[in-house]
Design a protein around this ligand. Structure first.
Ligand SMILES: Nc1ncnc2c1ncn2[C@@H]1O[C@H](COP(=O)(O)OP(=O)(O)OP(=O)(O)O)[C@@H](O)[C@H]1O
Ligand SMILES: [Mg+2]
Ligand SMILES: [Mg+2]
Length: 543
């Protein structure tokens, strides 16, 4: 029987406009490499001989041992147990407050001065936690480096992120830096808290993509006008404010063009082609922004390599993925993804296009409106609570109307300040585990507000992340259910939470922390809240 041969159907040849980018040439397979250890020849003497011949000459003997060997237990300045502020602006100690830190305790500065609420995300540098500062009571994000500094160079490199944050003047479209410190060889960076990243959200219309593009163009214009390159623009590094403003974050790879240092390439999916040749220019950021917008507008997974990667870097945008885009969006994408960096539109050119100027103006106006509405809401809330408080405390109630206080209040009841109560529970409940946790199993973060994989101890007290919010897959993977899914109202502004800080998909009431704090306020044992109206009624009935 003759074997049946059939040909595989081949996909049509992709349209390639330019010559392909050279790919690394591999050695011929036939090429041989000499082995370090040669195969033993006949007889032991010849083996020894062969070994002798193959060994490299002994290094010249040194007069004395290197300093590092003489002081084996030497300590680097940064491995000192006391936390130290990291700043390139002023003296390192100045920007670190020690009001909540007790050196005699074994807990770290992070553990003592912050109430850890949940994990927000994890990157190559470290883990990011949602925290409340005990110093000012505000919510922040703290990024803790995963590994201890491996040496002087490694430390210098990690500290660059702080330097770039400090060098760049604040901008509404860049994540605001608060402070940084190091302790026991780890770097901690405290920034403003955002509502997750664009990686967790899918724009539902092209209008939303234009909003994202205009925010990021503003951020990039700010960076480039200060001679800085971001070099890691991607959805995971674009964060959202409570009012839906996009903010560029993660300054780990930021390159200051004035520094004359070499840049580092970021994620290959968003990387400009010329970075392969070491050409680090602002055009690389424009390309990465173009890729980010392409991913969001077309809802595609960008390739990490291969033919599709090459095609996208040759100016070829496959019509099957871009067919749904408006001609204007396609045009802008082609300008941003031009394979030649010198022909690629700069951020300044893009911002001066009449159409872009119009959307920038509209976006600016709508954000200003939204943000002023939010601050008005917050101010009204604050005034209302002040009025309520003064009404309760100023109007003297007859003695029998007064709420019965327990005779010997317990410790938790007697402490009225927020920070005191939080600190107690924090010490007992939250920071039992060493931070950062390196062996936490992989997590699926959908909204960036909770990490189901983190032990429930992370949430204060017994109210850990509500179990009903998550659908358990296995021991290591727990997925959030739909009721806490991504919320795109941040763009349209349809539903704005009245709480000062909210998570994108979980209203403050559904957040485990929100629940926890509410319970804390409402269920103080022996101090049951009473309805004022019912008190009046009770009193009038007695009379
Ligand atoms: N300020 C913030 N507010 C809310 N979430 C944040 C904040 N900063 C970081 N995150 C979350 O943590 C994740 C990791 O943060 P970040 O990108 O800064 O870390 P990284 O280790 O430098 O990451 P990469 O691997 O991209 O270098 C983000 O993708 C985001 O989900
Ligand atoms: Mg990142
Ligand atoms: Mg980073």
């Amino acid at each position: 029987m003759t074997p049946v041969s059939f040909t595989m159907p081949m996909p049509p040849e992709p349209k390639v406009l330019h010559t392909p980018i050279p790919v690394p040439i591999f050695f011929n397979e036939g090429r041989t490499f000499s082995l370090k250890k040669r195969a033993p020849a006949n007889g032991s003497s010849s083996t020894a001989n062969a070994l002798c011949q193959s060994l490299p000459p002994r290094p010249p003997s040194k007069g004395c041992a290197p300093v590092s060997r003489m002081f084996l237990n030497h300590e680097y300045s940064w491995s000192h147990p006391r936390p130290r502020g990291v700043s390139f602006r002023k003296s390192a100690e100045q920007n670190l407050s020690f009001s909540h830190y007790d050196e005699s305790k074994k807990e770290s500065y992070f553990q003592q001065c912050f109430q850890c609420i949940c994990i927000l995300g994890r990157g190559s540098f470290g883990e990011v936690y949602k925290v409340r500062s005990l110093e000012d009571g505000q919510l922040y994000a703290v990024k803790c480096s995963m590994e201890r500094f491996r040496g002087v160079g490694d430390r210098q490199q990690k500290l660059q992120e702080v330097l770039k944050h400090e060098r760049l003047p604040p901008h509404p479209n860049c994540v605001t830096f608060k402070k940084a410190w190091e302790e026991k060889g780890r770097l901690y960076i405290q920034t403003e808290l955002c509502q997750g990243s664009l990686q967790q959200l899918l724009p539902s219309s092209e209008g939303e993509v234009w909003d994202i593009l205009s925010d990021l163009l503003c951020a990039l214009r700010h960076l480039h006008s200060h001679n800085m390159l971001h070099l890691d623009i991607k959805p995971a590094n674009v964060f959202l404010s409570t009012s839906g403003r996009c903010k560029l974050g993660d300054f780990g790879l930021v390159l200051d063009l004035g520094d004359k240092k070499d840049g580092m390439e970021g994620d290959p999916r968003y990387m400009a082609p010329e970075l392969l040749q070491g050409k680090f220019t602002p055009a690389a950021d424009v390309f990465s922004l173009g890729m980010t917008i392409l991913e969001l507008a077309c809802n595609i997974e960008l390739p990490k390599g291969g033919d599709a990667w090459q095609q996208l870097r040759q100016g070829y945008l496959p019509p099957e993925i871009t067919s749904g885009l408006s001609p204007m969006m396609l045009n802008i994408l082609q300008m941003m993804l031009h394979p030649n960096p010198s022909k690629r539109a700069t951020v300044f050119q893009l911002c001066s296009l009449p159409f872009i100027r119009r959307i920038l103006w509209k976006r600016n106006l709508s954000l200003k409106l939204k943000e002023s509405l939010r601050s008005m809401q917050a101010a009204i809330q604050w005034i209302m609570s002040l009025v309520c408080w003064s009404w309760f405390s100023l109007i003297p109630l007859p003695p029998r109307w007064k709420l019965k206080q327990p005779e010997t209040p317990t410790r938790s009841e007697s402490s009225s300040s927020y920070s005191d109560t939080q600190q107690d529970s924090l010490k007992d409940e939250v920071f039992h585990f060493p931070l950062p946790q390196l062996d936490v199993s992989p997590i699926i973060l959908r909204s960036g507000c909770h990490s189901p994989a983190l032990p429930s101890r992370l949430s204060l007290g017994s109210t850990s992340t509500p179990q009903h919010l998550y659908r358990e897959i296995d021991h290591n993977h727990i997925e959030r259910s739909e009721d806490c899914g991504p919320d795109m109202s941040w763009i349209s502004g349809s539903s704005e939470s009245t709480s000062p800080v909210r998570t994108p998909s979980c209203s403050s009431s559904s957040s485990p922390m929100g629940d926890d704090l509410n319970h804390r306020k409402q269920r103080r044992p022996g101090f049951e809240p009473k309805n004022l109206l019912s008190l009046f009624e009770e009193a009038s009935m007695e009379e």
